[in-house]
Write a protein that binds this ligand. Structure first.
Ligand code: COA
Length: 205
């Protein structure tokens, strides 16, 4: 809930954290993932136990970076990245099968920003800070993320929903042939269902 004395004109600031400095903010990342990904197009019905496992693995990663967006003391957004070398098989397999060296590629896990703070450039800052972190590793020259693919006539698609494709293209990303499958419980399903996601990439050189 927004504090009564919160100064709305104060800008949202971003910073990239690594290693043990990420730990205090992992509960914020879990909270934001569960809130923001509940909406279209992810429709993710997150569980605290899954989020806990995900956070523990992320925190232990050597190459992980966490960007946090703050308004005053409140964490209003978060975004993650990690070398593909440290990612799980379902993420790396399409790249292996395409013959790409995993140590060239940095994977951007998520960007989650509370709706009330959108449209102020925080999403752009999430990309810039993660790309700067990726560049700090010798040999990394590609960044990527994957996005869920939804049918245009999906019954839960809100009227007027705008895909983020243009936003991503403006950041230099292009959709590729590479795809992966991820399972999660959707808000309208009793259990987990498989979702197809497409990888988008950009060259850092
Ligand atoms: C993705 C997200 C972080 C973007 O945050 P944001 O701070 O609102 O984005 P910005 O203010 O930096 O937008 C930058 C530019 O993209 C444009 N943009 C933002 N959302 C857009 C959309 N849905 N479609 C087209 N353009 C969009 C803005 O107009 C702006 O353009 P400009 O620079 O020409 O003015 C935010 O929308 C979000 O959390 N979405 C829900 C979660 C999600 O889908 N995450 C991505 C996958 S993990």
């Amino acid at each position: 809930m927004m504090q009564r004395n919160m100064n709305l004109s104060e800008p949202v600031t971003t910073e990239l954290l690594t290693g043990p400095a990420m730990a205090p903010f992992l509960p914020d990342l879990a909270r934001l993932r569960m809130r923001v990904f509940r909406a279209w197009p992810y429709l993710y019905d997150g569980s605290a136990s899954y989020e806990g496992d995900y956070m523990a693995e992320f925190a232990a990663s050597r190459t992980a970076g966490l960007v946090i967006a703050r308004h005053g003391n409140a964490v209003v957004g978060a975004s993650t990245c990690i070398s593909l070398v440290e990612e799980e098989d379902h993420i790396t397999t399409p790249f292996r099968e395409a013959g790409m060296a995993l140590d060239r590629v940095f994977y951007f896990g998520e960007s989650v920003l509370s709706p009330e703070w959108r449209g102020q450039g925080v999403g752009v800052a999430f990309f810039e800070r993660r790309e700067a972190h990726a560049r700090s590793f010798a040999g990394v020259d590609i960044t990527c993320f994957c996005a869920v693919e939804r049918a245009l006539d999906h019954p839960l698609r809100p009227p007027g929903a705008v895909p983020l494709d243009e936003f991503w293209r403006k950041r230099g990303y292009m959709p590729t042939e590479l795809q992966c499958t991820m399972e999660w419980k959707q808000i309208d399903t009793p259990g987990k269902v498989a979702h197809r996601l497409r990888f988008w990439t950009r060259s850092l050189v």
